[in-house]
Write a protein that binds this ligand. Structure first.
Ligand code: NI
Length: 136
């Protein structure tokens, strides 16, 4: 870790009580660690507003592998978007349903557009994209 700087924060006692309750519930070991994470989270939120920001997305999809052509379409899209997509994890949920987690790298707008093209494939029942990036 880089050298740290200490600074004071003034809060109303009621607000501090609320904060301490919140961080205890989340399992933070200290107020400092909780504040660091909150700052990172806000910085990430702001960074993601820039569609040219380089990010990593995890796209989770659920689909029925027997639905017409879905497996082929998904594979074709993944290879079409190489090198943005280079890795996936596949889980067989039951006899018919599959869950797949795809890692998609690139600019915010690229990653979102690739994710949209995958989620909208007929036979994909659900899809959720989460974006993140390297943070200080
Ligand atoms: Ni499967």
């Amino acid at each position: 870790m880089e050298k740290v700087v200490r600074f004071g924060v003034s809060l109303e006692p009621e607000l501090l009580k609320k904060f301490d309750k919140l961080i205890k519930r989340r399992g933070y070991a200290s107020r400092s660690e909780a504040i660091r994470d909150m700052i990172r989270s806000e910085a990430l939120k702001q960074a993601l507003e820039n569609e040219l920001e380089e990010v990593i997305g995890t796209l989770t999809i659920v689909y029925e592998h027997d639905a017409t052509g879905v497996t082929n379409k998904l594979l074709r899209l993944q290879h079409l978007h190489y090198p943005n997509i280079s890795s996936t994890t596949h889980v067989h949920l039951d006899k018919y349903n599959c869950l797949e987690v795809l890692l998609i790298e690139g600019k915010v707008k690229e990653v979102q557009s690739i994710a949209d093209s995958i989620i909208s494939v007929k036979g994909v029942k659900h899809g959720k994209l989460t974006l993140t990036k390297k943070l200080l």
